[in-house]
Design a protein around this ligand. Structure first.
Ligand SMILES: *[C@@H]1O[C@H](CO)[C@@H](O)[C@H](O)[C@H]1NC(C)=O
Ligand SMILES: *[C@@H]1O[C@H](CO)[C@@H](O)[C@H](O)[C@H]1NC(C)=O
Ligand SMILES: *[C@@H]1O[C@H](CO)[C@@H](O)[C@H](O)[C@H]1NC(C)=O
Ligand SMILES: *[C@@H]1O[C@H](CO)[C@@H](O)[C@H](O)[C@H]1NC(C)=O
Ligand SMILES: *[C@@H]1O[C@H](CO)[C@@H](O)[C@H](O)[C@H]1NC(C)=O
Length: 624
């Protein structure tokens, strides 16, 4: 039970504060809409959908799962926001309740910073604690040694604090060599707090990919490790795999001994069965199953077949099998990197920042290419390069996340999809129809690659890549996205740096990812964005729910709505809901995804990390 709620004395004040917070977070306005027409809906089981599809009598679905997902998301977010600590002593108590220890020294100054800057999520730092937890088992002197040694690893820069001042250095390549944008971004993020830090090194991952994959046995029994720091640093450790292993092999070893990924020989020698396994992801019974969240917690250990569908398991970059404290913008499950906000989110650039005016170098509240909601198309829009993984081992690029999506969205076959929609529009009478995917794609998808990257990874080379996928050679600006109501956000070689700009726009974001980022505990799927499954199979039904049946769907169902004028065919309620997601996403970005929120996260993280690096961790704790 949560114990931080204020007593009645402060009751009224609390209520007012909560109202303000809700208004800030863009929740109050639409509250009534959550009392929807679907009072007791539960997720429609796949089997009932299939039964429905097979039956001739067309029984209707009484409850669509999406309103329930949205209502639950809203409640859960509302509760989380309302229960945040109001005072320092509440925050300290909450910290102790969650983590069973005192907060780090400097917590009071952190609290003041958070309060001064209206940081709303003051208790939600589980990600920090989760990421740092393995380092409690490492002796502090050892930890400091590993941190400074990490500067000799490939693509790791050090941000070093000495005498209260931070510098960013590329140790491996020498003093005059270039320092990565990520390290420079991190240095900027800690600038306000550097004078409060002891002398300390932060190893910053210069790449988008996660780096640290420690075998299960070494995690469990650290003293068993036969890897020597000196071996890793001696130059034998090349940046890429050079054919000696790959990410999946390294990942498998992080799984517990009895998991499928460890047992299955085929899980790493499975090229012959991979199409079969992949078919599990593309079977049609996923068409009406909606993901509750993105794939960051998905167990590839227990579903080894699924790794073929994610490019990051094929990265050419060698992972590091030893526990170094590496600060990375994102981590996939199984990794032990320490999450920090992405420099793309923190910096202000033409390619990654909504509302950035590159001429006057200022931030505008509305991007100059923004489009009013009513004028946005109902299309699902995505553009990007054909990246997404490396070639270790080669030959699997066709199954990487981007390639699968582009192929699905430009499928011109007559394969049917089962589409569930309200008939008549805006009613709660949901029926289904079998609609050729080619027609749906034509009507609702605007998805294409804009750039050929690493085509040699693709079976058949560049010719096959171009033949199998839609390419739009027109190029695309960030602002071109705002013409559409649905923006898909998808992983590339790592996490997607465009997420924050998409959120801040007036469009709704559909996100598929295998990564977890620092804001995990602050954001709410189905409230601020629409989570997509790794198969994307449900995307047609998401569209049908919010935007209504397309002409070919109405035709397939022989719906009477066909005789309505097109403007009357759209579900008003669905469109309003979609707009709510767009607005809530924007409001989230402006209240919890600000630069100062990222600073609050970093500030708390570095206090925790400084304590871990100290010889007397106890003394580096904060008590009231
Ligand atoms: C490893 O640590 C365990 C306790 O965690 C201890 O019992 C064992 O003796 C250690 N082994 C070595 C080789 O140091
Ligand atoms: C693929 O799966 C089918 C049935 O699920 C099976 O009959 C077939 O042998 C499998 N093919 C391979 C290559 O494993
Ligand atoms: C992963 O699990 C944690 C703990 O249950 C949860 O807080 C978090 O939201 C989940 N993240 C994702 C991306 O599903
Ligand atoms: C698709 O569904 C229609 C009914 O809407 C049916 O007549 C047609 O045979 C189906 N096509 C395929 C390829 O299954
Ligand atoms: C479509 O519906 C109309 C009436 O709404 C009916 O007359 C017609 O026979 C139906 N067509 C098919 C193919 O079911």
């Amino acid at each position: 039970m949560y114990e931080g709620l204020p007593g009645h004395k402060r009751g009224l004040l609390f209520f007012v504060a909560v109202c303000v917070v809700f208004m800030q977070a863009g929740l109050w306005a639409g509250r009534r809409e959550t009392r929807n027409n679907f009072p007791d809906n539960s997720l429609v089981k796949t089997s009932s959908l299939l039964a429905l599809v097979k039956s001739d009598s067309q029984p209707s679905i009484k409850e669509h799962p999406i309103p329930k997902l949205m209502a639950e998301a809203e409640n859960s977010f509302r509760e989380r926001l309302a229960r945040q600590s109001k005072t320092l002593s509440e925050a300290v108590a909450e910290y102790k309740r969650r983590y069973g220890r005192n907060p780090p020294r400097g917590f009071d100054r952190w609290w003041q910073f958070a309060k001064d800057n209206n940081v709303l999520m003051v208790d939600e730092y589980d990600a920090v604690v989760e990421d740092l937890s393995p380092f409690w088992d490492v002796d502090s002197a050892e930890l400091r040694e590993r941190a400074s040694a990490a500067g000799h690893l490939p693509a790791i820069d050090l941000v070093r604090v000495k005498g209260g001042k931070a510098t960013a250095e590329n140790i491996r390549d020498g003093p005059r060599s270039e320092v990565s944008a990520r390290a420079r971004g991190f240095k900027q993020m800690i600038e306000k707090f550097q004078d409060q830090l002891p002398d300390i090194d932060f190893p910053i991952n210069a790449m988008a990919e996660g780096r640290i994959l420690v075998p299960w046995e070494y995690r469990k029994y650290p003293n068993l490790t036969d890897i020597q720091l000196s071996d890793l640093l001696s130059g034998v450790f090349t940046p890429d795999w050079r054919g000696e292993g790959n990410v999946w092999e390294a990942f498998r070893r992080t799984c517990e001994p009895h998991s499928s990924a460890r047992r299955l020989f085929s899980s790493f020698r499975a090229s012959s069965t991979s199409t079969n396994r992949t078919s599990q992801l593309t079977t049609r019974n996923h068409e009406f199953v909606f993901a509750r969240q993105t794939h960051g917690n998905y167990s590839f250990c227990h579903n080894p077949w699924a790794h073929y569908n994610q490019g990051h398991f094929f990265s050419d970059w060698r992972t590091i099998p030893m526990l170094f404290p590496i600060f990375s913008p994102a981590k996939a499950s199984g990794y032990q990197d320490i999450r920090i906000p992405s420099h793309y989110y923190y910096a202000q650039t033409r390619r990654y920042t909504y509302g950035w005016d590159p001429v006057n170098l200022e931030l505008k509240p509305v991007d100059h290419m923004e489009t009013p909601w009513e004028d946005k198309s109902d299309l699902i829009f995505w553009r990007g390069a054909s990246t997404g993984g490396g070639s270790s081992p080669p030959g699997f690029a066709a199954q990487y996340q981007r390639h699968r999506f582009v192929r699905m969205a430009s499928d011109e076959s007559s394969t049917n999809r089962t589409i569930v929609f309200a008939d008549p529009p805006s009613s709660t009478n949901f029926i289904s129809a079998q609609v050729p995917i080619r027609d749906l794609n034509e009507e609702i998808m605007d998805v294409a690659f804009v750039k050929v990257v690493d085509s040699f990874n693709y079976p058949g080379g560049v010719g096959a890549l171009m033949r199998d996928h839609r390419f739009d050679d027109g190029g695309v600006n960030l602002g071109d996205h705002w013409k559409h109501k649905y923006l898909v956000d998808m992983d590339g070689m790592g996490y997607s740096g465009r997420f924050f700009s998409f959120l801040e726009s007036d469009s709704a974001v559909m996100k598929a990812t295998v990564y977890k980022e620092f804001f995990e505990g602050w954001i709410q799927p189905w409230l601020h964005y629409i989570p997509l499954s790794a198969s994307y199979q449900e995307i047609f039904n998401i569209h049908a729910f919010f935007s209504g049946a397309t002409p070919s769907t109405l035709k397939a169902a022989n719906s009477t709505a066909l005789s309505l004028p097109p403007s009357k065919r759209h579900p008003i309620d669905g469109d309003r809901r979609l707009r709510r997601i767009a607005r809530a996403g924007k409001q989230w970005k402006r209240t919890m995804g600000r630069r100062v929120d990222m600073e609050a996260y970093i500030y708390r993280l570095i206090l925790e990390y400084a304590r871990l690096c100290s010889d007397d961790r106890e003394a580096m704790s904060f008590t009231l």
